[in-house]
Design a protein around this ligand. Structure first.
Ligand SMILES: [Zn+2]
Length: 344
């Protein structure tokens, strides 16, 4: 007898009251966004009053309910209607809050798509889409991070990977494919290495973004670091002229060391070196990250590995932030990202 048949046979033996209780329990287990997910988003998103997700307007009135019971609102400023989850990554989701919570937990633990899908009972493609939706929202938080105090900065490199670009048909690879897992043949600063300027301060706050292929130029440093350091910070780097020009232009104090274990008083570049090792370990866990998604993975790493806060705190912050941001990202747009996330 299949398990469903045997459960149904047991079900038939229950009293009417027991059947009703069980049906309610099952309904809450498979709740849709109309239920707890919508309520969670409404509570968190509208804690300071209801604001229109289309225009930000505050002149909002209730306008009945959707068929599934969700409160609908009308914005008197732009004339559009919305529900609490409109323009968030969970808009239209058929999964309940508990599944999203579990998934966010998997991200804090750095699980693969496959493992996260198993833990949450969702399809692998759904797990992949959620990963990039959550990271897309998190990118907004990352972009507002400003480093103060002693800030150590240095670039690191990742091999260019066109993984995930081949299905489109029109994509022509600019070079011959590498065998999976094989490292790039030309070592050093070739055009097959993505340059990622990174910075970390003594509180463990960090930022990193893919800037170019090959050797870094001053303009690449400006693209990543401009307005990301507080004006009274002290920047510590190795002896590279691009940093001298960058710091002069931005009026930032700069201390340059010979590299490696060199230090000058309280200044050294150990924190950025440790940061790079930690980042590489994190990336290796994903078996080759496609360059078009590299910035998402950098953001993910920086959030999970931020020195402060427990895993439980991070889970709650990530859940609240990613589910309540104004953010629309369709699955088809995730795949359509440009192969290199910067102008070349
Ligand atoms: Zn509006």
């Amino acid at each position: 007898m299949s398990s469903v048949t045997s459960i149904l046979a047991d079900f038939a033996t229950l009293s009417r009251a027991e059947k009703n209780t069980l049906i309610k329990c099952l309904a809450s287990m498979v709740s849709v966004s109309a239920g707890d997910l919508g309520k969670y988003v409404a509570d968190e998103r509208f804690s300071g009053g209801v604001a229109c997700p289309h225009c930000g307007g505050r002149h909002v009135v209730r306008q009945g309910h959707r068929n599934d019971g969700t409160q609908r609102y009308l914005c008197r400023e732009c004339g559009k209607t919305f529900v609490p989850t409109s323009k968030t990554i969970v808009s239209g989701s058929r999964y309940g809050l508990s599944v999203w919570e579990k998934y966010v937990g998997c991200m804090i633990d750095g699980l693969s798509v496959r493992k996260a899908a198993t833990v949450c009972g969702i399809h692998r493609n759904t797990a992949f889409a959620w990963r990039h939706k959550i990271l897309g929202a998190l990118q907004k938080m990352a972009d507002s991070v400003k480093l103060d105090g002693i800030v150590e900065a240095d670039e690191t490199f990742f091999p260019v990977s066109y993984k995930g670009n081949h299905r489109k048909g029109s994509f022509v690879m600019p070079r011959r494919a590498h065998k999976r897992g094989k490292s790039v043949r030309v070592r050093g600063l070739s055009r097959e290495q993505v340059c990622v300027p990174c910075a970390v301060n003594r509180n463990g706050l960090s930022l990193a973004k893919a800037s170019n292929v090959g050797r870094v130029a001053t303009r690449n440093l400006h693209a990543v670091y401009d307005s990301r350091f507080s004006s009274d910070c002290v920047l510590v780097t190795d002896k590279m002229n691009a940093y001298t020009r960058f710091a002069n232009k931005n009026g930032i104090s700069l201390i340059q060391l010979k590299g490696g274990k060199a230090q000058k008083g309280i200044y050294n570049i150990q924190h950025i070196n440790n940061y790079h090792s930690q980042l590489k370990r994190f990336m290796y866990g994903f078996n080759g990250v496609s360059t078009k998604h590299l910035n998402n993975y950098l953001t993910w790493h920086n959030f999970v590995n931020y020195a402060k806060g427990s895993a439980i705190d991070k889970k709650a912050i990530l859940l609240r932030f990613s589910l309540t941001q104004n953010m629309v990202l369709h699955v088809k747009d995730i795949a359509k990202k440009p192969a290199l996330p910067f102008a070349v």
